[in-house]
Write a new protein. Sequence first.
Length: 327
Amino acid sequence: MTFEWAPLTEDDVGAWAELLAAIDEVDRVGGTETAEALAEDLANPLLDPAEGTLGVWESGRLVAYGMTMSRAAAEPVHRMSLWGGVRPGYRRRGLGGRLLEWATGNAPVLHERRFPGRPLELHVEVDSRNEGLLALVTRAGMRPARWFYGMTLALGAEPPEVSPPEGLEIVAYRDELEDAVREVRNRSFAGHWGSVRHTPESWRSTIVGVRAFRPEGSFVALDASGKSVGVLLTHYFEADTEATGVREAWIQIIGTLSEWRGRGVASALLAHALGEFRAQGYDTAGLGVDADNPTGALGVYTRAGFEIARRTADYGLPLVTPVAGRP
């Protein structure tokens, strides 16, 4: 059997979407994407398609892929992510191992162009049920760095009403709030493990400028002066609905400025969003949370009725150490 290895291009997004659907049909990790969304990924300025993607073809069929994505900043370490997968019928033939070897070789090259002299780590997200991927990353010397929960809530019943703190108003997202909302996200996630500040470019290319973004399902908490103090931003993934028949509103970001924490801002935003999701015809709401989140987010979500549906671990491997004399 002969495999052809080549970077992915916009001409390949249909085959790529079909591959992801075939993988998720077995793995059930919610990793499907539309061809249009994958075209957006290839256009992301944090990705170099020619050197940061690799497709594996057999007789004109895409059977595996890898993608190494850069981050917007190295604070203090550049944590590059490897995303990839192998078609179920082609597993245990060494393709995953070769893709991981490719990533460990090309990530330092891409890294040095963006953050020369800074430390680099390569990271892979591993679902707790994926024993094959766990064995692969462990053999490569990767070690668990952080654990995360994927949580879900059925929207069949009317959510309890939670009033915002006195002096706050919850409004739907609008374009003129973009810069203020980005700043709330950056400030509220400062110090969180793995988080870096979004630039205007990275913000638009991954959060509010993509097809998945749902402004009508995204909300901002404003104080009496009109200042943004809390945000909840939602994405919707059409391909997941096509695969499962379930319309899920995915809460991509929820954050509150530190000086407003402990006053019920996040709970009010969440309750408001859940009511709107239900009215907009969603079946479920979902979100991801750091298992060791220091702000008490897990408790907020649990009290709102969310339950853990998926457990993942972030596995990391140092690839570049700092140059002497640099931070």
